[in-house]
Design a protein around this ligand. Structure first.
Ligand SMILES: NC(=O)c1ccc[n+]([C@@H]2O[C@H](COP(=O)([O-])OP(=O)(O)OC[C@H]3O[C@@H](n4cnc5c(N)ncnc54)[C@H](OP(=O)(O)O)[C@@H]3O)[C@@H](O)[C@H]2O)c1
Length: 280
């Protein structure tokens, strides 16, 4: 039986742990020993979950999901050598890209997370979806076999770059405009904001292409269409982080795309401007 840990007892981490729990034991590691009250909106069930301290945990794990915010990874990384062995596989359950650069000593994968939830104090609500996409290889194929009876959908991709970039682009448009205007999805009804959002996607697609990831020509329109379907009062993670005076995951989303644009010497004025505004 695999020895699995999840680091980060927040919305995504607790949801991953609870999706795996019925079929296999999972250690949920947080900043300190604690408990979470986990409410699953789909099944309308409430469970109390124990959280153990990452700082003092002495166990060693075969698989570790990391579900802290991207800017919190630096504080987690120093603990990894203590709780891994030579064949431990680490899956980053985070938005954004570029974080693997700090985990080059490990077998680490960038996951693409489709899990919707929220943490308020010790209370975690899971709204919908329990899906993580990762690159297919012999290790992830084995892991997928082990997880097949769990509630976590572990999707193997032949080209994870495409999946990572698609989510990056979806986050780029709506997160940027809702954060900059400090308004919810209804802000897209303003023609100037709609045009700005679309232009961000167009520039983002240019950067993706320079990185070797191509999308169909209709992708900017398709993503705008997805945004148009969002309820007016829907916020984004960046919108809520700003409202709650929390740091934003700018460096892993807009910052990553901006740095790739610079690297490839591309002309992306809207992206550059929005990135600099968000950084302030
Ligand atoms: N929430 C969603 O619906 C959703 C959807 C898709 C993707 N994502 C992505 O998933 C990632 C995680 O987001 P989230 O919403 O789950 O964040 P979250 O609710 O804030 O959870 C992060 C958890 O990590 C813990 N943590 C931070 N630093 C730690 C450390 N050094 N050691 C141990 N635990 C630590 C935090 O503890 P404290 O509470 O004490 O700070 C918190 O419980 C982000 O990249 C996010 O963009 C989220």
């Amino acid at each position: 039986m695999l020895n699995i840990a999840v680091i980060g007892a927040g919305a995504v981490g607790t949801s991953i742990a609870m999706s795996l729990e019925p079929t296999m034991p999972v250690t949920l590691l947080g900043r300190q020993s604690d408990v979470r009250t986990y409410y699953d909106r789909e099944t309308e069930t409430q469970t109390t979950v124990d959280v153990e301290s990452l700082n003092t945990h002495q166990g060693v794990f075969d698989v570790i999901f990391i579900a802290v915010k991207t800017y919190q990874l630096a504080a987690v990384a120093p603990h990894l050598s203590r709780i891994t062995h030579a064949n431990t596989h680490i899956i980053l359950a985070q938005n954004g890209y570029g974080q693997l650069d700090s985990l080059t000593d490990y077998h680490a994968y960038q996951g693409v997370v489709y899990i919707s939830g929220e943490k308020k104090g010790q209370y975690v609500t899971h709204f919908r979806d329990r899906r993580i996409h990762v690159q297919r290889d012999s290790h992830t194929e084995q892991l997928a076999q082990q997880l097949v009876h769990s509630k976590l959908e572990f999707v193997l991709e032949d080209n994870i770059e495409q999946t990572i970039w698609y989510k990056l682009l979806v986050n780029l448009g709506i997160n940027t405009v809702t954060a900059l205007t400090q308004d919810t999805a209804r802000i897209l009804k303003r023609p100037d904001v709609y045009a700005l959002c679309r232009q961000l996607l167009v520039e983002g697609l240019t950067v993706a292409e320079a990185c070797g990831v191509t999308f169909p020509e209709t992708t900017a329109e398709d993503i705008m269409q997805i945004y148009t379907g969002y309820p007016d009062d829907m916020g984004t993670s960046m919108y809520y982080d700003l409202k709650n005076k929390q740091p934003l995951e700018v460096e892993a989303i807009q910052g990553y795309i901006y740095r790739q644009s610079q690297l490839h010497q591309l002309h992306t004025p809207t992206l550059d401007c929005c990135y600099h505004d968000l950084k302030q």
